[in-house]
Design a protein around this ligand. Structure first.
Ligand SMILES: [Zn+2]
Length: 185
């Protein structure tokens, strides 16, 4: 059974490209999300990354500020908003973050910045970057649908701090995560 049928994830995902970003990758991600969740995915016209999120000292964007801006966007009930940025994100307690989500809200954000770096010798660069972006998008959307952090390093809900860990995990929610969700729903 598809995750959509299993969890009744009938609501749309709205993808918001932010700043300068590769639109062909965004469109590919959107169509992958359509088939993964059997859910409608809209790609909005690009918006600027909110300048108030930029920290001049760090040269990075504060992900929480970006999320709070995405939260303000109009949306139908149940819709989830996924922002994608090419710039580096941070939260004050960490040097950087690959992405973030507001588990009590409707929005998530993923940065390509760290996913583009390192470890390319193994595979075709474009293919590898896409699989990293997909995993992190699924991970952040997972929080919005009620999935929690998972200890299984192969599970898409495993929390990753670097690209090696991202490459090691898969694109699937593990049986434990699926079971936990089933109990909740
Ligand atoms: Zn899991």
């Amino acid at each position: 059974m598809s995750p959509q049928r299993r969890f009744g994830l009938r609501n749309k995902i709205v993808v918001v490209p932010m700043g300068e970003i590769d639109y062909s990758l965004i469109n590919k991600l959107a169509s992958q999300l359509v088939s993964y969740f059997s859910v409608g995915v809209d790609v909005l016209q690009g918006v600027k990354i909110p300048h108030e999120a930029f920290n001049h000292q760090r040269g990075q964007y504060y992900s929480t500020v970006i999320l709070s801006k995405l939260e303000l966007m109009k949306s139908a009930p149940g819709e989830k908003i996924l922002g994608l940025v090419d710039d580096d994100l941070y939260i004050p307690s960490q040097n950087f973050v690959i992405g973030g989500a507001d588990p009590h809200g409707k929005s998530a954000v993923v940065s390509l910045f760290r996913l583009k770096r390192e470890n390319y010798e193994m595979m075709d660069e474009e293919k590898l970057l896409f699989s990293r972006v997909l995993k992190e998008a699924l991970h952040q959307l997972g929080y919005l649908w009620g999935f929690k952090d998972c200890r299984n390093p192969k599970c898409v809900m495993y929390v990753t701090d670097n690209v090696m860990e991202v490459d090691r995990k898969g694109t699937k929610f593990c049986d434990n995560c699926l079971r936990r969700m089933k109990v909740q729903h």
